[in-house]
Design a protein. Sequence first.
Length: 313
Amino acid sequence: MEFAAPAAFALAVLVLPVVWLARRRRSRGFAVASGTSLSGLSPGWRLRLARLLPVVRVLAVLALVVAVAGPRQGDANAVVPGEGIDIALSMDISSSMNASFGRGSTRLEETKKVIREFIKGRENDRIGFVVFQRDALALSPPSLDYEALDSIVDETDSGLLPDGTGIGVGLASALNMLQDSNAATRIVILLTDGEHNADSITPEEAAEVAVALKIKVYTIGVVSPGSVGRSTEIDEKLLQEIAERTGARYFAADNPQSLLDVYEEIGALETSKVGRERYEQFTELAPWFAGAGAALLGAELLLRGLWLRRAPL
């Protein structure tokens, strides 16, 4: 439950005069010659009930204050998605990702560190995670549970699938994850350090699907330092064509810092326009509190004026 006008709770100070008047009436009393003969008498039930009338009035005032604050319950069937970004991270975990990549660690270890930092830097975007070798495996659907996703990425290792580099199936699996998304923007960030060599959907065919679905595909090539040998270890031209056809960009990273810079640049290019999901329709609860307050106030006035009315002196 939430309140449309929480500032209205300041009106709760109106109960103070009610309490003050009740205490004043009780302390006023009547003057008698001697209280000796009355000391053994117990108050009657009408007097006991009369003492509760100020409590009823206080409850009535508080119920009316809550009504003014506008209590309401979001309708779970009327959730409107925010215009955030749905992201599918597709990561190559083939055996070649175990090659050294500086800092005394491997390409896979450094990639996982960078992806975890990328996840921590997002706020309103659902992120899914796919890994691929010869085949692909979706480890997490798009989610806002960044803590769980961070744990999944951290525990991912090579060898989960038959070895190979299935860029096409890795991209297709990420696209399948996003095809039913109604987010304002949908992107895939695909990272690989090799050439496509799997007997499955080709990268070109997967790129056609991305174009049809209007999903951007940012591609990242993890390469050895320098330019020698890059043309044999990775098909940069293919990765560049996939990115450009889908309205995105290709990046090459040859060390951990450059890889970090790539993800930071992609993060800066793709930012959410609004916050998380919000409720558009509500079940208004104010009438219930207003009715309860009016009923309590009416009952208090009725009892005070009729049944529990004081006899005139």
